[in-house]
Design a protein around this ligand. Structure first.
Ligand code: ACO
Length: 324
């Protein structure tokens, strides 16, 4: 019997504090008109003082577990996609595991920048399909605004904080049909945060401070091409026509990138889940946040075919096709 990983429940969490484009106009030389026309973003949520990535991850996880009717003792695997962990170690997944009371199960982080959730989902899918585990929790959680340079208008207007989660369960009914992951490390300098244990953390040391550096227009062009390609790859791998997809649930970095992928799929925007105007780019949090909103709003129904995709620093990118 073929085993599939099926989404049994979704959850998400957004911190209380909201930063609007009008607020940003007071910080840097920008305008609501520029931000909306270039990115589609109108506002974003910001982690509160003392609030951490793992705090948000736990809230999203609890909601997903409640929706799935799964108790902490049933979890056999916890994966957190994040590029903004609370600590270098222990992993955010270990912190989450402890807070949920799921001690003993495997728990680790995946760092694939904005594609972290899709990479984590893929790993969990393989664990379930191979029969190694029956129940897995996959989270995408980020507090990226903590590493923004609030004087750099090229980046500070684009990002937000939040977390999303799914509980996957082994099922004989179809769930995740295929996943497709890619990376291109040669483009690392176009989007990076070049500090760390080896590079050093201090201002002026090799590179300046903990902050996101991005050559936006080059990232944009590469992202559109990479996402086009992985969407085609996913359809071909499943022998599907592009019109078969019920919902596109894309990474929420830029409305124009989302529209380009929708056009490629010949999908009307009514079949695309868009949250970027409210959330900004929440990196690994973006896809599971959008998925949870789509599920809880009643848009996405059981049995429908969903295409998830993401692109991020590395570069990394990927897609997952699943029957919800
Ligand atoms: N307000 C006003 N003007 C601005 C701002 C701002 N906030 N930011 C930049 N500008 C200016 C630039 O300085 C430039 O001015 P110049 O022409 O005088 O030099 C002008 O606006 C145009 O800048 P571009 O970079 O060409 O604008 P573009 O249309 O490419 O849009 C954007 C910029 C929104 C950043 C876009 O390129 C983008 O979304 N890129 C992809 C981001 C992405 O997908 N990242 C991946 C995931 S992130 C992760 O993994 C962590």
């Amino acid at each position: 019997m073929t085993i599939f990983a099926r989404i049994a429940g979704t959850g998400s969490y957004l911190p209380e504090k909201v930063l609007t484009n009008a607020d940003l106009e007071k910080l840097v030389d920008t305008s609501d008109e520029w931000i909306v026309s270039r990115s589609g973003i109108r506002e974003r949520h910001l982690v509160g003082d003392g609030q951490t990535t793992s705090d948000m991850a736990v809230e999203a996880a609890k909601k997903a577990m409640e929706a799935a009717g799964v108790d902490a003792s049933e979890l056999e695997l916890i994966i957190v996609g994040t590029t903004t962990p609370d600590f270098i170690f222990p992993s955010t997944a270990c912190l989450v595991q402890n807070r949920l009371g799921a001690l003993g199960c495997a728990a680790f982080d995946v760092n694939a920048a904005c594609s972290g959730f899709l990479f984590g989902l893929t790993v969990a899918d393989k664990f379930i399909r191979s029969g190694s585990v029956k129940t897995a929790l996959v989270i995408g959680a980020e507090s990226l605004t903590r590493m923004l340079d609030w004087s750099d208008r090229n980046t500070c207007v684009l990002f937000g904080d939040g977390a999303g989660a799914v509980v996957l369960k082994a099922d004989s009914e179809t769930g995740i049909l295929s996943t497709h992951l890619h990376a291109d490390g040669s483009k690392k300098d176009l989007l990076h945060c070049p500090v760390g244990v080896s590079a050093g953390f201090n201002e002026g040391e090799k590179n300046a401070g903990v902050r996101v550096l991005m050559t936006g227009s080059d990232v944009f062009k590469y992202a559109v091409k990479a996402l086009d390609s992985v969407v085609e790859e996913t359809l071909a791998a499943n022998g599907l026509d592009r019109h078969a997809i019920d919902w596109l649930i894309p990474h929420q970095a830029n409305l124009r990138i989302i529209e380009a992928t929708a056009k490629r799929l010949d999908m009307p925007m009514e079949r695309v889940i868009v949250t970027v105007h409210k959330h900004g780019n929440t990196s690994s949090g973006s896809v599971p946040l959008a998925l949870d909103e789509a599920v809880r709003s009643g848009k996405v129904q059981r049995g429908q075919l969903l295409l998830l995709e993401a692109f991020g620093g590395g570069f990394t990118w990927g897609a997952a096709l699943l029957r919800y």
